[in-house]
Design a protein around this ligand. Structure first.
Ligand code: KIV
Length: 289
């Protein structure tokens, strides 16, 4: 990775100091010598200082820019894209091309946040495939990638981190496995599930992840995992004891009113605003205005 061409400002956590891809050609150049030696270490420091990490999803330029300007720490181009933007039933039909297309748009709007992109299903079945896909995301502006899996995907994670690409893990409920699992079930209810989750968390840390998303994990187990590992846990529906929280932005702002997960408390009702504005326009236009 060409650190000479990195766009800065330096951030609270150094991960964002990794070079963006070709979309960031209009960057301010800084010398590699100015970069921190270990760009991921500040995430651990945030955890150690008890500073909560904030993360939201974006799939387009305006949303990315608005979130970035709001001071969010991490922007994820999640493969939840499939559900909240593309109208699919789940994330299992999302393609690499779709994810790259949206990541490219998001990258244009992000200046200060760390931009993470999801590797879609079947783009990381082997370590070689995982690295190839991860590089494509870096080329369109992602600074880190995420894939779903713990112990089962250690070789893929090691290959990605060995290639110098920062990696965020994702364990607990894995949406890409929803069809095999027969639904979205909370994880960590049984002793064996809790032990497997802890093993996953330790494995991804060992493999070089800089953080790990815990999706719909029993709150007390999420708390135990958070205490047991050195990298930050970023929870979604996993209680308040994680080191940070992530949400699908459409859920937070009420832009996908047909389904809101139980654990989300929306902060806005954007769908209602769109309906109101559209009705006002229709009425005004039909009235001849
Ligand atoms: O795809 C996604 O949006 C995610 C979540 C963790 C928010 O993976």
């Amino acid at each position: 990775m060409d650190l000479q061409a990195t766009r800065l400002p330096l951030q609270e956590f150094g991960a964002a100091n990794f070079a963006r891809g070709s979309v960031a050609t209009a960057c301010v150049l800084e010398l590699a010598a100015d970069l921190p030696a270990d760009p991921m270490k500040d995430f651990r420091q945030m955890k150690q200082r008890g500073e909560k990490i904030t993360a939201l999803t974006a799939y387009d330029y305006p949303t990315a820019r608005l979130l970035d300007e709001s001071g969010i720490d991490i922007i994820l181009v999640g493969d939840s894209l499939g559900m909240v933007v593309l109208g699919c039933q789940d994330t299992t039909g999302v393609t690499l091309e779709e994810m790259l297309h949206h990541t490219r748009a998001v990258a244009r709007g992000v200046k200060q946040a760390l931009l993470v992109a999801d590797l879609p299903i079947h783009t990381y079945d082997t370590p070689e495939q995982a690295v190839e896909a991860a590089r494509k995301f870096v080329d369109v502006g992602a600074q880190a990638v995420k894939l779903e899996g713990g112990v089962s995907h250690v070789t893929q994670i090691q290959a990605i981190t060995k290639a110098g690409i920062p990696f965020m893990a994702h364990i607990g409920m894995l949406p890409q496995s929803v069809r095999e699992e027969g639904g979205y079930r909370i994880k960590g209810r049984t002793q064996s599930e809790a032990e497997a989750l802890l093993a996953d968390a330790r494995a991804v840390e060992e493999a070089g992840a800089f953080s790990v998303v815990l999706e719909i994990v029993v709150a007390d187990i999420a708390k135990q995992i958070t205490r047991a590992i050195g990298i930050p846990t970023i929870g979604i529906g996993s209680g308040k004891h994680c080191d940070g929280q992530i949400l699908v932005t459409h859920d937070l702002i009420g832009l996908f009113p047909w389904f809101t997960p139980k654990f989300v408390s929306p902060e806005a009702r954007v769908a209602d605003e769109i309906r109101r504005a559209a009705s006002a326009f229709i009425e005004r236009t039909r009235a001849g205005g």
